[in-house]
Design a protein around this ligand. Structure first.
Ligand code: FES
Length: 615
């Protein structure tokens, strides 16, 4: 796997979606690079080049020319699309590669769980069973007229039918012997009803709820008749290979003529794969999925629907659309029933999107008479305060550090990631995901490490590492670093350390969140002690150690009983909206009620931010 080389030049290899980075020489394969940092790439033949299990895709940069083994294993189309065998490919420049799920030995931890919510079942789409008289020489009405007349008799008027349903209408009426189950939208008298699908009599109707995160996707399949969640799945957002955060993805669309459509296509392809997985789990077919509710931050919402995103990165950062949208699945290539309706709840602002509206809905803070804070921590952290009947929201640029990015040994939450750290009487204890040998640190682990280092006096209030522990040593550029796990105990034989820069990255992220929180509190004229509930949503928020988040100053020093970690609330809100048209309407009302605070125009932000930098 490693050839002798006299070339001392090192090339950087960025691995997505796992978020690992390593530097290797030109004589080391991509498979070797992955193994150096504990990324499990399937290599059934041990790197001999014949099993084809180590396929990766080059995103940017240059690799050695394909070997004869690769020419045998890959089609010319594969090679043109950047696919290579990791065990046969050597870097010729800094490269970024995408490791597809099937080539990864250990799946990422994808959070799809959230606390169950109950809602009265009254979805936008309901089943209507109808039997039509077949045409005769005395009754020459068209198939559509025949159907409309039958629906008028049942008091459904007016009725519209999308082209994808019309295309199959005649064949299906005859195939189902003139007795069908329609998936019909429940609409107002003026707007009428829409036929989303025509299915055999007594068919089950399913709905899809999707949460499009910048990093992760969660999808749920629900039975619209029983309200039951029958399947759920998660995946990494495939757009990561074109930028790990919203800003870099917007930049990608700026720098590539077809960038916006590339990002949309990749997202829709992955969602279609997830739909297939859900259908397999539930033993059904995608044509029985007649409705979807899709939530995401504003940029993900726009990229999913094909809307422009450039203006989101330019002051004053306005969305292209803030109103709720309804589109048909076939308009964007989502493989559901022909004519299926996709509901997209409203966005609040450029950086507070429909996912946050969904979270506010799921947490019920929109109707609480208590003083409550709801926080969704991610690359952007959205905060909403409910106080005295008001809802105030802001968005803080917390960056990708909690996804393990920008950290020397950072990685996303996957087996081998250190997720908990304790320093007790100088002894360092680490806990990893899946109890695997440590190979890096994920978001909750780095937050824990910094908090424990602060408590042990290893970092001071300014974030400077002190020579107060035997594991503190000189690192790069003589900056001090803290040896968290020595090479002898790691899964890849290299030290896992916390550097001076890592501590600083945590300070920047937590200061952004705390400053946003303090400003929202100021604007509402509310005091910290008035807060009754502090709700933490989102994947990272689920695994965070609350006492340590308080210790570093990210969260206010409230009694622990006031904190609640609720999992993927955006996904739970999407499920609610799928099951209840009332909840869809409530989401619209919530978006109208929220007072959005743009932090970049807040004179006090800088002062709050600098104060919050201290540990
Ligand atoms: S490990 Fe078998 S082909 Fe690469």
């Amino acid at each position: 796997m490693t050839k002798p080389s006299s070339d001392p030049k090192l090339f950087r290899v960025d691995m997505e979606p796992v978020g690992r980075r390593v530097e290797i020489g030109a004589e080391t394969t991509l498979l070797g690079a992955a193994q150096m940092v504990g990324v499990g790439v399937v290599s059934l033949c041990g790197g001999e080049g014949w099993c084809e299990s180590c396929r990766v895709q080059l995103v940017s940069g240059e690799l050695s020319p394909p070997t004869p083994d690769e020419d045998n294993a890959l089609t010319s189309n594969d090679i043109a699309a950047g696919y290579r065998l990791a065990c046969q490919s050597f870097p010729r420049s800094h490269v970024k590669i995408n490791i597809p799920p099937e080539s990864l030995t250990a799946p990422q931890r994808l959070q799809v769980e959230g606390h169950a919510v109950s809602v009265e079942l009254a979805p936008l789409i309901t089943p209507v069973d109808i039997t039509l008289p077949p045409p005769t020489l005395r009754d020459l009405r068209s198939d559509m007229t025949r159907l409309k007349d039958a629906l008028i008799e049942e008091n459904y008027e007016p009725v519209t039918c999308a082209m994808p349903v019309l295309e199959h209408l005649s064949d299906r009426l005859r195939a189902y012997d003139w007795t069908v189950r329609l998936a019909l939208t429940q609409e107002t008298q003026q707007a009428g009803h829409h036929i989303a699908a025509m299915l055999p009599a007594a068919s089950s109707l399913f709905g899809l709820a999707v949460d499009i995160g910048t990093t992760k996707l969660a999808a749920y399949l629900l039975d619209l008749v029983t309200g039951e969640t029958v399947a759920q799945t998660g995946a990494m957002n495939p757009q990561i290979m074109h930028g790990e955060d919203v800003i870099s993805r917007i930049a990608y669309t700026d720098h590539h003529a077809d960038g916006r459509h590339t990002l949309q296509r990749k997202l829709v392809e992955t969602l279609n794969g997830m739909i297939r997985t859900l259908c397999e789990q539930a033993s059904t077919l995608s044509e029985y999925i007649v409705m979807a509710v899709v939530v995401g931050n504003t940029a993900m919402h726009h990229l999913f629907t094909g809307l422009p995103v450039r203006q989101l990165a330019q002051a004053p950062y306005v969305p292209a659309v803030s109103q709720a949208l309804r589109i048909r699945a076939d308009e964007i290539g989502l493989q559901l029933a022909p004519g299926a309706v996709i509901c997209l709840p409203p966005n609040i602002a450029g950086y507070v999107g429909a996912d946050h509206v969904s979270m506010i809905l799921a947490t019920d803070i929109w109707q609480t008479d208590r003083t409550a804070v709801a926080v969704d921590i991610g690359t952007n952290t959205e905060i909403t305060l409910a106080s005295g009947g008001r809802l105030l929201s802001c968005s803080c640029a917390s960056g990708p550090v909690f996804e393990g990015a920008h950290i020397r040994d950072g990685m996303r939450a996957a087996p081998g990631a250190v997720e908990r750290v304790r320093i007790m009487e100088g002894k360092i204890l680490t806990y990893t995901i899946a109890n695997s040998p440590p190979v890096g640190i994920c978001g909750s682990g780095i937050l824990d490490a910094v908090a424990e280092m602060r408590a042990a006096g290893i970092v001071n209030t300014k974030g400077a590492i002190q020579r107060t522990h035997a594991h503190v040593r000189a690192g790069d550029n003589e900056h001090l670093e803290f040896l968290l796990v020595p090479a002898a105990e790691t899964g890849h034989g290299r030290d896992v350390v916390v550097t001076h820069r890592d501590v600083n990255e945590i300070q920047l992220a937590k200061a952004a969140i705390r400053a946003g929180f303090d400003i929202v509190l100021d604007k509402a004229g509310t005091d910290i002690d008035d807060i009754d509930d502090f709700i933490i949503a989102g994947a990272f928020g689920t695994y965070i150690d609350i006492p340590n988040a308080i210790r570093v100053g990210m969260f206010p020093p409230l009694p622990l009983a006031k904190f609640r970690q609720i999992g993927n609330a955006a996904g739970m809100g999407a499920k609610r909206m799928l099951l209840s048209v009332d909840q869809l309407n409530t989401a619209n009302a919530i978006a109208r009620r929220v007072d959005y605070i743009e932090l970049t125009t807040c004179p006090a932000f800088q002062t709050h931010f600098l104060n919050a930098m201290f540990l």
